[in-house]
Write a protein that binds this ligand. Structure first.
Ligand code: FE2
Length: 247
């Protein structure tokens, strides 16, 4: 069984299409939230996720767009894009976003494999960016692998079951993670539509359960077209500029 892991699409149709074209033999798609926000194609991206029958959880931008989160928590450019997105969304897509769950168990019958946008303790907002936060999550929650998004930075924390030692590996050029018996993992497969790890290429993951391996891949996409759409829509220019930098 191969799971396709996609996160933080952020209304970027070109990045989403390029990623999906690059993914092969996927049995099930898991989407870790922030389908919308920042970019100019919210309806296209929500519809695509629904067509894929992806199992999807909510991100802060999804819930911001449908009024479930106070917009004062967002910076000016993000808030502007959220307000624009909320005016573009069609009713069925709005209903889809408002009903997204905050967490999911990838295997229905156990909580060994989890998926959440931010972190298990604060599903919508918490970033897992440092060893201290990762340590707290490994200590407080019982799981083998948690897939997270939100930071737009590809990489993973591993925790040795015997020593408790935590390691971080940065994967902004992609890479393979061999899942080991004596370790636990918090994995971020990066952002499809707005990478912030210094590599502007779109990022996604594949979890091969039979081989116990997670592959993170990067794919180029025509971001100059995405940038033109953002400018044409009247969205903040900074949201276009950052796509070519991967920041
Ligand atoms: Fe995001």
């Amino acid at each position: 069984m191969r799971l396709g892991i996609i996160s933080d699409i952020h209304s970027n149709a070109e990045a989403l299409d390029s990623v999906l074209k690059d993914m092969s033999n996927i049995d099930e798609f898991i989407c870790l939230g922030d389908i919308v926000g920042y970019g100019a194609d919210p309806n296209y991206c929500v519809r695509k996720i629904r067509e894929l029958k992806a199992r999807c959880i909510a991100g802060n931008h999804d819930f911001g767009t449908v009024g479930k989160i106070d917009l004062n928590y967002f910076n000016d450019a993000a808030r502007e894009a959220i307000l624009w997105t909320s005016q573009q969304l069609e009713e069925t897509d709005f209903k889809y976003l408002i009903n997204l769950p905050e967490k999911l168990n990838i295997l229905e019958d156990n909580d060994n494999l989890g998926a959440v946008h931010g972190s298990p303790r604060k599903p919508i907002w918490e970033y897992i960016l440092d060893g201290i936060t990762a340590h707290i999550i490994f200590s407080q929650y019982d799981f083998k692998i948690y897939f997270v998004g939100h930071s737009h930075i590809a990489g993973y924390f591993s925790c040795d079951k015997n020593t408790g030692r935590i390691n971080y590996t940065f994967l902004n050029r992609g890479g393979n993670i061999a899942i080991e018996e004596n370790k636990r993992y918090i994995i971020n497969c990066g952002s499809v539509g707005q990478p912030r790890d210094g590599n502007p290429q779109a990022s996604y993951g594949i979890y091969d359960l039979n081989r116990q391996r997670v592959i993170i891949n990067r794919v180029p996409y025509p971001f100059s077209l995405t940038q033109k759409k953002i400018i044409k829509a009247g969205l903040p220019e900074v949201l276009a500029e950052r796509l070519s930098l991967g920041r």
